[in-house]
Design a protein around this ligand. Sequence first.
Ligand SMILES: Nc1ncnc2c1ncn2[C@@H]1O[C@H](COP(=O)(O)OP(=O)(O)O)[C@@H](O)[C@H]1O
Ligand SMILES: [Mg+2]
Length: 165
Amino acid sequence: MVILRADAMDFVSRSAAQTRRLGMRLGAMLKPGDVVALEGDLGSGKTTFVQGIAAGWGSTDPVSSPTFVIVNVYRRGDGRVLYHMDAYRLSGAAEALDLDLDSMLEEAPLVIEWADRIAEVLPEEGLTVRFEWLDAYQRAMHFEPRGERARVLVRHLRQAILRGL
Ligand SMILES: Nc1ncnc2c1ncn2[C@@H]1O[C@H](COP(=O)(O)OP(=O)(O)O)[C@@H](O)[C@H]1O
Ligand SMILES: [Mg+2]
């Protein structure tokens, strides 16, 4: 783990299972209003990370890239929901605005794949995670928080990594 800035974090995941475990740590902390913006090429591990996030958050619903429906909704026992959006097929920020992210965020955390495609309409604060394919089993993950809440999330993730994933 290389710490580039005091609040940003780089991590190299050595397996899909490890990416899921890190996602679980993040998912367990998420609250309505939290935005997790995922960036990175096809196959870089975004959906795998979301599988962990949904599990850690407390849902047993199956996770897949919401490529055709734009937004997947994962439910858990207490009735709360987690939103999982894929911006890949959105024509642009205007279409993203129609989704009314603000209303979604009032009731749930929101995880977005290909978030860089709708950067203009995302809230200023949030956690960006950039994925990079290294080889068949390894992915670099760069965590970049914007705002104090996201910095707290990264601090906790860093502690989880130091304790061993
Ligand atoms: N360290 C790793 N982290 C995440 N995925 C990995 C890793 N190593 C191998 N993989 C594999 O890479 C693929 C990632 O696919 P996916 O998560 O759907 O990517 P994306 O959503 O970014 O297109 C999966 O088949 C997964 O099993
Ligand atoms: Mg995906």
